[in-house]
Design a protein around this ligand. Structure first.
Ligand code: SF4
Ligand code: SF4
Length: 385
């Protein structure tokens, strides 16, 4: 084995490299563009710790990203970061996107910028997701910027956006931690949002990783109390809960486990350098490879067989039913739609506009794929919604 070792390892590399290059059908209904890694805030729970390092070299290529998006032709887009408004050329990039493709665009922003900066993107963006963890000091303590100033900017945005768009939308996104999950934090924030417009939606998600002591989910009792509180407030305010808050019920479930994901065939993701993230291979290959090498080093042939069988089952035989070992909550609403479950108000709005811009041929092709690979009982008329 020793003399063959380099040859075997090289072959393993080639095998997994070939797997990672496999292309899967992607309908690109939505494209998520992580336009930048730069950010003006320093949130304590940021999952991109490098955004906090001032000296980081940012390898961002906006023109390449734009070219890739124009090729993918998504019907809807979510532009996120870092903070998209930190990109100097953001308004002109949006202008080009609108002119050449005209997708429905949602921008996720912390809105802690000047009014002029906010105004610069209004002609191109009608849907906004605003990160807000509480009023005044609560948001400042968690994110480093006063929540009251963000409310002022939201008011400015909402008062002016109707000059540009007929049917705009604005929703807040709150990350639940131990420091902002009590009634005395949540209710004043919801009241402030309601004072801008009673119809605005507020969404809540659990801070990840759930094992971090700052996360509301690190304490089961606190998580349960928060969930009950949000349930009680639901009818008084427009509240939705997203991601893991709906699934976590005990400590065991707070750990990430493999999930079935169908949206990966309908969404794409562009990184700041303009490259496309191909979910399935990038998620599974390193895991499978390490399992394979581990079994190989133990000369465990039944272990090797098991890994190969799993690769075959999850990646090759049934591409419409893969498992993801790194579940994310990005565009989870696509899975909700494909499995014909109830969509919340905000996503219903976005979905309807997106479906309206699908050509008849695209609808037929999507329908065939959904009924063959995902949901046999999917109703064709849903695509004409
Ligand atoms: S706004 Fe987002 S990207 Fe910026 S520091 Fe906070 S969590 Fe990180
Ligand atoms: S759950 Fe996994 S496969 Fe699905 S979109 Fe997220 S990272 Fe990709």
């Amino acid at each position: 084995m020793t003399i063959f070792r380099p040859f075997v390892l090289k072959s393993v590399d080639i095998f997994f490299d070939t797997l990672s290059r496999l292309k899967y059908k992607n309908f690109n209904w939505f494209t998520e563009w992580d336009i930048t890694e730069k950010c003006n805030l320093k949130c304590r729970y940021c999952f991109r710790p490098h955004v906090k390092k001032e000296a980081r070299h940012y390898n961002e290529d906006y023109q390449k990203s734009l070219k890739t998006i124009l090729k993918l032709k998504p019907k809807g887009m979510i532009i996120t970061g870092g903070e998209p408004l930190m990109v100097e050329s953001f308004p002109s990039l949006l202008e080009k996107l609108k002119k050449e493709l005209n997708p429905r665009i949602i921008v996720t922003t912390n809105l802690s910028v000047s009014e002029n900066r906010i105004k610069s993107i209004m002609p191109y963006v009608s849907n906004y997701h605003i990160s807000l963890d509480g009023l005044g000091k609560v948001n400042k303590g968690l994110r480093g910027y006063s929540g009251d100033l963000i409310i002022n900017n939201m008011r400015f945005l909402w008062n002016n956006i109707k000059d540009y768009h007929e049917n705009p939308s604005m929703m807040t996104l709150t990350v639940l931690t131990r420091e902002n999950c009590r009634e005395e934090h949540i209710v004043p924030m919801l009241e402030a949002i309601k004072s801008i417009d009673a119809g605005l939606l507020a969404s809540f998600a659990v801070m990840l990783p759930v094992t971090d002591s700052l996360s509301v989910a690190s304490d089961n009792t606190l998580l349960e109390e928060t969930r009950e509180l949000l349930h009680e407030l639901k009818n008084r305010y427009n509240i939705i809960t997203v991601g893991s808050i709906n699934r976590l019920s005990d400590k065991k479930e707070t750990e990430m486990t493999a999930v079935k994901c169908y949206r990966q065939f309908f969404r794409s993701r562009i990184k700041p350098d303009g490259s496309i993230v191909n979910c399935k291979p990038s998620v599974n290959i390193p895991y499978f490879k390490s399992q394979f090498l581990e079994a190989l080093s133990r000369k465990d042939f039944s272990g090797i067989y098991k890994v190969l069988k799993r690769i075959y089952k999850t990646m090759l035989r049934d591409p419409g039913n893969p498992l993801c070992l790194q579940p994310c909550k990005c565009e989870e609403f696509i899975d909700t739609f494909l499995l014909q479950k109830e969509l919340d108000m905000e996503n219903r709005k976005v979905f309807r506009i997106m479906l309206n811009s699908l050509a008849e041929k695209e609808k037929e092709e999507s329908f065939r794929y959904i009924t063959e690979k995902i949901n046999k009982g999917f109703k064709r008329e849903l695509l004409d919604w």
